[in-house]
Structures are given as structure tokens and as C-alpha cells.
Design a protein around this ligand. Structure first.
Ligand code: ZN
Length: 441
């Protein structure tokens, strides 16, 4: 029989990682004699939920097993979740779901909503009861939502892969030892089939995280073969306890939903919305750039935050009248009355001419003329020519940006944001074949 195992919300800012529990389970479940029918799936959920611990990533494992093995599998899964979750963190509310059979369309629909919006725990519990699934919810049990969503998102549309390598316990919390030069070499050899390995602007390695979690590095790419081959080029200067290849919705823009009017924006929802720039962009304290965008239904402050670095320069070049498409999430910040749309991606749809008005040039000697007073016309200082009927002349300035798509630098991008390398590489089917080496041990 087919079994789908979903896990979510086991980590905390102090450590842990749901993908690591997934990697542990791969080893334990294989030892029980089960057969994997897909790579473990890593499903990034709505990054704008107010209660997320870190990247808001849930996982699922899809296996084939004899019916008599189900009880032992269930025990194994629940045991690993209980042992490896950080239950001391108030925001960590682990959940595990085990679902038998083919994934129902109702679950897939639920998963899409968990990625693009907010869903309630009650709905997840109703679905679990309806399908007779088993579930484990620790503390407030909210992790059950993501666990169920990770089962429901079967990644039949666009998807990518990530090779995740994990550290041995004694090294966790210390600086990661991965040879930077090898990462640049890997990037050069495999891009654009891999993405977000390095930040070319400041030559920074991006495959290693910085927190106390057990991940040593992660290589993202288009196929399992590519991420496996790329990971072989990376030189780890500390032992790798285990590694696994995940199939994932990272880098697919799966979280965005188009919204017709600015007046329809909803808090904590990832959206794509069009509007006109209403005011000159303003740089506020902390180096954040605020852009006021509106349409007939209303207006909203959009923010390019300081960590987006050079991306802010693009936003600052916009002027009133420009038409833009904003990709982002509407967030309420403390101390600010109106909600702000954080800009994850910007598409400049139409640039308006930038016009300045200057005093006319003297028709006799070519010097710039000066005004004689309000509505009094102009006078040339050099040759004395006077022109009562002369007016200021419009000058069309060159715009420093072009129409097109703009993204923050890779290190400021969300897990779900589709990077430039992926444009034109979107997949529309999932013919899964497990390569020989997709996990260790
Ligand atoms: Zn003159």
C-alpha cells in the first residue's frame, strides 16, 4: 500500500530542521524494508504567515509498504518527531500526518491554499478525520496544517531539487567549514542548471546557512542528477553525517496569487498586483525605500528593505506615473498604522517620460536666458535680448532603468521566489525516477 508521511514545524531559531528529521526517517524507513516512490518532498508554505519559525518548510515522504508494516512505520515517525523537535520554543508546534492511498484532490486544493494564503487548524483536522489519516500534533498542534499540506502538494507542476548535506552533532552551532573556492567552481560548472549558489555581486557563498541548524550546505537545481553532481564538486572540510535529495517547490513562485485591485489586498497573503507609482520613492530610517503605488481602488506603501541592497536603487529610480507590478506580501508592522507590501519582485511595466522644465536658450547667442519675473518673459544676460512671449522648455531626461523584471540579490530572495536562472526552465509535469544515489546512508 501507499503511505504519505507529512511533517512540519519541528525546528526553532535555536536549532533543528524538519528536513533533517526527514533524512533520519529515510534511513530508518529503508531499514524497515519500505520502498520510496518519490524523492522526499520539501514544500515551502506561505512565507508571510505571522507565526512561522524560519523558512516555513514542511516535508513529506511517499512510500510503498506492506499493510502489516504500517503500525511500525507510524511508531517510528512519531518517535523521531518527538525526539528531534525543539519543544521549548513557544513558536514550535510540531505536527506529523500519515495518510494512506492516493492523494485526494481535496488535499491538493488544501495544500495550494496553505502555500498561497492562511488556513485554520480546524480545517486540517476535519480533513484528517474525513480521510482516516493518523496525526500527531504536539503543543498547540499547528504543525499538522503544514504536515497535511506537504502530503497534498504532489509537485505535479513546476518544481526543483535540493541536495541537503547535514553536519555531525559535535559541529552543529559552530562556523561551517566548506571551501568557498569549490563552491564558485561548482557554480561555474553547473549554472544555470543550479541556482542561488553564490551572490555574484559580492562573491559570497550562499549554499551554507548561518544558524545552529544541522544543515552543512544545500545545492538547488533543476534535476536530481545535476544537484548530485554539483554537490560532488563542493569540498566539505568537516564530516558529513548524511545527505538526501529533496524534490521541492523552491524557486517556483508558487506562493503568489494575482490580485485584481489594490483595495483587495489581504494581510499576510503573498500577491501580485499592478498599480501606478503615486509619489517619489522615499528612503526612511534604516535605509528602507518606500514606494507608494495605487489604482482606482486605493493605494499601498510598498517597501524595499535594507537587506535587498542594490535592488533599492531600482525602486528609487521610479517616478510618479510609472506602471509597476509588485510581487510581495502584505505585512502589518508594529508602530505603523497602515500595512506595508514588502517587495519580493518588481516588474516595471511602463516607464513614464521624465520631464524637467528649463529656461529657454537665447535665439540670438545661444545662452541660457533668465526670467524677468512672473509671467514677464525672459531676458538674455549676455546680449540683452528680451522675449515677452517666451516660456520654459520641456526637457525629456533619460531614464536610468528599463522596463522588465527586477529581483533583489540572491541572498535576499525568498526560498519560493523564482530566480532569473529559472525563467524559461519551468516544468509542467513530474515524471519522477529515483536516481541510484539520492540519499546517504
Ligand atoms: Zn543672447
Amino acid at each position: 500500500m501507499r503511505l504519505h508521511i507529512g511533517l512540519d514545524d519541528t525546528d526553532s531559531p535555536k536549532g533543528g530542521c524538519t528536513t533533517y528529521i526527514g533524512a533520519l526517517l529515510v534511513q530508518r524507513l529503508l531499514a524497515l524494508g519500505v520502498e520510496f516512490i518519490d524523492y522526499p518532498n520539501l514544500i515551502r508554505l506561505n512565507p508571510n504567515v505571522p507565526w512561522k519559525t524560519r523558512g516555513n518548510g514542511a516535508i513529506s515522504l511517499r512510500i510503498q509498504c506492506p499493510p502489516e508494516a504500517v503500525d511500525e512505520i507510524e511508531e517510528t515517525v512519531f518517535e523521531e518527531v518527538e525526539e528531534n523537535s525543539d519543544l521549548t520554543c513557544p513558536n514550535t508546534n510540531p505536527g506529523a500526518v500519515i495518510y494512506a492511498g492516493d492523494v485526494s484532490p481535496a488535499l491538493t486544493e488544501f495544500a495550494k491554499r496553505t502555500i498561497t494564503s492562511l488556513v485554520e487548524l480546524e480545517e486540517a483536522i476535519r480533513l484528517i478525520k474525513r480521510f482516516g489519516a493518523s496525526a500527531l500534533g504536539l503543543k498547540n498542534g499547528r504543525g499538522v496544517i503544514g504536515a497535511l499540506a506537504a502530503i497534498g502538494e504532489t509537485l505535479t507542476g513546476d518544481h526543483t531539487y535540493e541536495f541537503l548535506a547535514y553536519r555531525t552533532p559535535e559541529n552543529r552551532g559552530s562556523k561551517r567549514r566548506v571551501e568557498a573556492e569549490s563552491v564558485f567552481k561548482m557554480d561555474e560548472a553547473t549554472t544555470p542548471s543550479t541556482f542561488s549558489n553564490v551572490d555574484p555581486q559580492d562573491r559570497r557563498v550562499l549554499i551554507t546557512p548561518h544558524g545552529p541548524d544541522p544543515i552543512l550546505f544545500g545545492v538547488r537545481g533543476e534535476t536530481p542528477e545535476t544537484v548530485y553532481a554539483a554537490a560532488q564538486v563542493v569540498v566539505a572540510e568537516e564530516p558529513i553525517e548524511r545527505w538526501v535529495i529533496y524534490r521541492t517547490n523552491q524557486g517556483t513562485d508558487a506562493h503568489f496569487t494575482a490580485v485584481e485591485r489594490i483595495g483587495e489586498l489581504r494581510l499576510n497573503h503573498p500577491v501580485v498586483v499592478e498599480g501606478a507609482v503615486l509619489e517619489e520613492p522615499e528612503t526612511i530610517k534604516g535605509g528602507h525605500v518606500i514606494l507608494r503605488v495605487g489604482d482606482k481602488s486605493g493605494s499601498v506603501d510598498c517597501a524595499a528593505y535594507e537587506p535587498t541592497k542594490s535592488f533599492r536603487k531600482v525602486v528609487k529610480e521610479l517616478i510618479p506615473g510609472d506602471l509597476v507590478k509588485i510581487y510581495g506580501g502584505l505585512k502589518q508592522h508594529e508602530g505603523i498604522r497602515a500595512a506595508t507590501l514588502n517587495i519580493e519582485k518588481l516588474e516595471v511595466l511602463r516607464l513614464t517620460p521624465k520631464v524637467v522644465y528649463e529656461n529657454p536658450l537665447c535665439p540670438r547667442c545661444g545662452s541660457r536666458m533668465e526670467a524677468m519675473g512672473r509671467e514677464q518673459g525672459y531676458r538674455c544676460r549676455k546680449c540683452g535680448l528680451r522675449g515677452q512671449e517666451m516660456r520654459k522648455q520641456p526637457i525629456i531626461l533619460k531614464r536610468e532603468i528599463r522596463e522588465g523584471v527586477y529581483l533583489p540579490p540572491p541572498r535576499a530572495q525568498r526560498h519560493l521566489t523564482k530566480p532569473f536562472q529559472r525563467y524559461g526552465r519551468e516544468k509542467n509535469s513530474a515524471e519522477v525516477h529515483l536516481i541510484e544515489r539520492w540519499h546517504y546512508p
